[in-house]
Ligand binder design. Structure first.
Ligand code: 5AD
Ligand code: SF4
Length: 445
């Protein structure tokens, strides 16, 4: 019998959700490439389809099932086609996925996707595989980057995974497991490979990235500021970022790193979720509004130009009009450069799940109001950059001929005219315009 891995095959991978999933998807593609697969953007071309799923908000599983339903035609045309579900929906649903959608051949969680290449060999005679163990460290040990591959200028690097915070609305501690930090040397070596082959900027990822406490070679625990310091010694690496942080792990030494380390970009994503102390307590956030504002104050003292970003949930059970107004107050007070906001979505298995919900129309109204306030602040942050000259990391060609797109230190995309030979370089751009989610400017030769 001809095994799936013996021919040059095509893989179609669809990614849902956060940057951690983007990182995981890149690793899945890379591992499969080492086994002779190439990525295709067309599902009808594929010999293997993988959905890398997200479970953070409602209807996630439904979206996956409806996407899978679309593939039944493909499978009848190509009986050798294999279909897998990876990520957090896979972790949460497990076997149920194959029961509900028998065209699925395998299910792997966020900690077991490294097994995909070997697992494919087992899928002969219609056999199905479900592997949703928690084996974070084993996974990373099995994910080797490809020496000599060309990496894009901006890369993600997962340094920490999982969460022990158990916010009452959140599925992450259940789908990604408890907090695990990768050893320092493993991260440094991954960063060196990435920069050797093209990366200029690395964004360190973790559900609770600032809780990072990985072991160094002498088995000593090291925190995120130490890791950033060590990474900044890599010559080719010019920019470092990290997401996402929790206020309780925002140590003074990390805050001071914004002052002392010029490779650390002036951008901090620090979710507060609500501006009401009472709601924060119900959310089990372990901090109050004044703790949060105090951190922002210290961060701004360390790096006055910093772009602060955040996450908000509106309509958490019990949220009154007054609670919501307090969220708006925090928004005005902080003046976010950008922020993500969501309607509360009850997640089975979380402690807030059974609580009485705020009516949908109120959630909707509040979200509109909040997003409007966020937009105002985003716009004024960006307008303040007009007329300034910013160092921009050139990342890719734009849609228009002769245009390239880069990234400002504050994370906005920057559009300007220049040769694509500049991709991978940091150049000075005179900012001339602010759009809703981007900047444009002129290349200062
Ligand atoms: N409902 C709405 N938003 C949620 N988030 C996490 N869980 C939920 C939920 N149940 C949001 C939080 C978090 C972001 C990644 O997603 O704001 O910071
Ligand atoms: Fe979820 Fe809270 Fe952990 Fe963030 S800190 S991943 S919101 S449980």
């Amino acid at each position: 019998m001809v095994g799936l891995l013996e021919e040059k095959k095509k893989v179609y991978l669809k990614t849902y959700g956060c940057q951690m999933n983007v990182y995981d998807s890149d690793r899945i593609i890379e591992q499969l490439a080492q086994k002779g697969f190439e990525a295709t953007p067309r599902e009808f071309d594929a010999d293997l389809i993988v959905l890398n799923t997200c479970h953070i908000r409602e209807k996630a599983a439904e979206k996956v099932y409806s996407e899978l339903g679309k593939y039944s035609n493909l499978k009848s045309k190509n009986p050798k086609l294999k279909i897998g579900v990876a990520g957090c929906v896979a972790q949460a649903e497990g076997n149920e996925i194959i029961k509900r959608q028998p065209l699925v051949d395998f299910v792997v969680g966020p900690q077991t996707y490294h097994t995909i290449p070997t697992l494919l060999e087992k899928l002969t005679n219609g056999q199905k595989v479900v592997d949703i163990e928690f084996s974070t460290q084993e996974k990373f040990e099995n994910l080797k980057l490809t020496e000599g591959k060309e990496y894009k200028p901006s890369q993600f690097l997962t340094v920490q995974e999982g969460c022990d915070k158990f916010c009452s609305f959140c599925v992450v501690p259940y789908t990604r497991g408890v907090e695990v930090s990768r050893p320092l040397s493993e991260i440094l070596s991954e960063a060196k490979t990435l920069t050797e082959y093209g990366a200029i900027e690395i964004t360190l990822l973790g559900q609770n990235v600032n809780a990072y406490n990985g072991l160094d070679d002498s088995k000593k625990r090291r925190d995120l500021s130490y890791l950033i310091h060590k990474l900044s010694e890599i010559d080719g690496l010019k920019r470092i970022r990290f997401v996402t942080s929790h206020p309780v792990d925002m140590t003074d030494s990390l805050i001071q790193t914004f002052r002392s380390n010029e490779k650390l970009m002036p951008y901090l994503h620090l979710p507060i979720q609500s501006g009401s102390d009472e709601i924060l307590k119900k959310m089990n956030r372990r901090h109050n509004v004044s703790d949060y504002l105090n951190i922002i104050k210290k961060v701004r003292e360390a790096r006055p130009d910093i772009a602060v970003s955040g996450d908000f949930i509106v309509g958490f059970p019990g949220e009154s009009d007054r609670d919501f107004e307090r969220t708006l107050e925090v928004c005005h007070n902080v003046g976010y450069a950008s922020a993500f906001s969501f309607k509360y979505s009850p997640r089975p298995g979380t402690t807030a799940f059974e609580k009485k919900e705020v009516p949908e129309y109120i959630k909707k109204e509040r979200l509109t109001v909040l997003q409007d306030v966020i937009r105002q602040h985003q716009s004024s942050f960006q307008k303040n950059l007009v007329g300034k000259t910013l160092p921009v990391l050139v990342e890719k060609k734009g849609r228009i001929e002769g245009q390239v797109i880069g990234k400002s230190p504050y994370l906005q995309p920057v559009f300007f005219s220049a040769a694509s030979a500049l991709i991978g370089k940091i150049v000075d751009i005179n900012i001339t315009r602010s759009e809703s989610n981007s900047l444009s400017g002129n290349f200062c030769e």
